[in-house]
Design a protein around this ligand. Structure first.
Ligand code: XMP
Length: 528
């Protein structure tokens, strides 16, 4: 995609092939820009010559019929190449050498013995420079190297893998069987630094400020002096950061639209309006479509149906508003802004070939075709924490930068029965109290996501002298790094007591509060 290829760090790039986004991550932590591309990438098609190439690990055997293979010209580029795990086998395979299925598969810790070659070419020992004679490494492989390819020497071994590290005697070609990118290899980052800085001569200049400058330049060039960009904002971190970046680049030629779907958090629209318009100067239009959404949600209990209705209604309204905007302002829109992040891009990178843009289009797909909009995705190089750093760099308030994620279908998938205005009001208030208390206790940043759900059934209680029969709130708070697995947050009893008392006292229609102690898996983060 153009966005990646246009990216301005041409001269200092290390290219990383398929599978291990952690390698990219570690290099960025070293202030080196790295880009992950499918392993089948034709190197001649790149608009720049990378300073080095890393072939990552992968779950295949190089001998399998459907195994992925690199473009062999990678070995003619005359830049350093390092293979990690599968990458090592790929290098050996390309150099005509035997890779055998390991008699013992090896997973877990191993002690690596480093071999020095004082009489060899100087690059041979550079990978392990400053790493001593032994280091702890993390292994995870089935196949291993049966013998050395011609012209290679062993630079490291373990008790189970005699060729755990190899280097070409003349060319800067390396293979390592272990994973330097995982934290279980404590000195792995230093090894990556040796490769990128000492062998590839990459400069350690990748910083957020540099990213902002380059990205603003890139946006200006792409959009041109008169181009117009439209985009939806939600009040979340990603869309706000993307919007602010666009505003910095092209000012009021960026048009943000916030669609109020009636199932956002308490006072969300006012807060977003205040922050984005008054605080950040973004050209924002708020469309109150809550009645439309809520009337379509009437009588619907099935979570997937709720999602579909909300998704489709959103597209419909956004399209109509975009057309209105064109009529009102008399200017054509040329681009559609999306806050796609790097993990979404990685997910869709595969040697089997699906396009890297499948996931991102589906939100507002119709718009792209009907209005002939091109997609602009300024965050597609970044991980979530980098987006937060970028947000801070752009002067977005801390509160917003550290906001928990909020699902597109909003409170509708946290109201477990029918979504009515009354149920929305109850769920919102309870959620607001819970989050307010979490913030007051200084716990917000320790929790990845927290919210209150409203159960569709009633329980008996006594309040004052009266017997009541009211609804139940379930609280959910989880800690997670990737949202794929999660653990519930261990609040102390005092905190939960305070929240429960407040909710029962302040939210009419609720007489009980439960706390969800289910991990993911098996429970998902959302209730629906
Ligand atoms: P689950 O419930 O699958 O949630 O464990 C994982 C993360 O995804 C968010 N989520 C959604 N986000 N539309 C969204 O934009 C959705 O339909 C949706 N469902 C779940 C959820 O909030 C959590 O962060």
């Amino acid at each position: 995609p153009e966005a990646i290829l246009d990216f301005g760090f041409d001269t200092d790039s290390v290219m990383v092939s398929q599978y291990s986004h952690l390698i990219t991550r570690r290099l960025r932590e070293l202030n080196i820009f790295a880009e992950m591309l499918p392993c089948t990438q034709k190197l001649a098609d790149l608009p720049y010559k990378p300073k080095g190439v890393i072939l990552s690990g992968g779950p295949y055997s190089v001998y399998a019929l459907d195994a992925p293979h690199v473009d062999p010209t990678v070995f003619d580029l005359e830049v350093p190449v390092m293979g990690v795990c599968y990458g090592l086998q790929e290098i050996a395979w390309n150099h005509g050498q035997d890779v055998s299925a390991g008699d013992k598969k090896e997973y877990g810790h191993a002690v690596l013995k480093i071999t020095k070659h004082p009489n060899a070419a100087s690059h041979v020992d550079t990978l392990f420079d400053g790493l001593g004679e032994e280091m702890e490494v993390w292994m995870s492989h089935g196949d291993k190297l049966g013998c050395l390819p011609d012209n290679f020497v062993t630079i490291a071994e373990t008790s189970n893998a005699p060729f755990a590290g190899i280097a070409h005697a003349e060319k800067k070609l390396f293979g390592i069987q272990f994973h330097p990118e995982v934290t279980h290899t404590p000195m792995g980052k230093k090894l990556l630094e040796n490769f990128a800085v000492k062998l590839c001569q990459c400069k350690q200049e990748w910083t957020m400020t540099k990213f902002v400058d380059t990205e603003i330049e890139r946006i200006r060039k792409l959009v041109g002096p008169t181009g117009q960009v439209i985009g939806a904002v939600s009040g979340g971190v990603d869309s706000t950061v993307a919007a602010k970046l666009m505003h910095e680049a092209i000012g009021d030629r960026f048009h943000a639209i916030l669609v109020d779907n009636g199932v956002m958090r308490l006072n969300e629209c006012q807060i977003v309006h205040k922050t984005l318009t008054e605080g950040l100067g973004i050209n924002l239009k708020i469309v109150d479509a809550s009645e439309q959404f809520l009337s379509r949600l009437k009588g619907v209990e099935n979570p997937e149906k709720k999602r579909k209705i909300i998704g489709n209604t959103f597209i419909e309204i956004f399209e109509a508003e975009a057309e209105k905007l064109v009529k009102e302002t008399g200017v054509e829109m040329n681009f559609l802004l999306q806050g796609t992040l790097y993990p979404d891009v990685i997910e869709s990178i595969s040697f089997k070939g699906p396009s890297a843009t499948i996931k991102t289009h589906h939100n507002v797909g119709g718009l792209l075709e009907d209005m002939k909009l091109k997609l602009i995705e300024p965050l597609r190089e970044l991980f979530k924490d980098e987006v937060r750093a970028l947000g801070t760099n752009l002067g977005i308030p801390e509160d917003l930068v550290w906001r928990h994620p909020f699902p597109g279908p909003g409170i509708a998938i946290r109201i477990l029965g029918e979504v009515t205005p009354e149920q929305v009001a109850i769920a919102r208030q309870a959620d607001h109290i819970f989050i307010e208390e979490i913030k007051a206790a200084g716990l917000y940043r320790q929790i990845s996501q927290a919210y209150a759900a409203l159960l569709p059934c009633k329980a008996v209680g006594v309040m004052g002298d009266l017997r009541v029969y009211d609804q139940i709130i379930a609280l959910r708070a989880v800690k997670t790094t990737d949202f794929m697995t999660a653990d519930w947050f261990d609040f102390d009893g005092k905190f939960l007591r305070r929240v429960s008392t407040r909710i029962v006292n302040e939210v009419r229609g609720v007489c009980r509060v439960l706390y969800d102690v289910t991990q993911k898996p098996p429970g998902t983060i959302e209730f629906q």
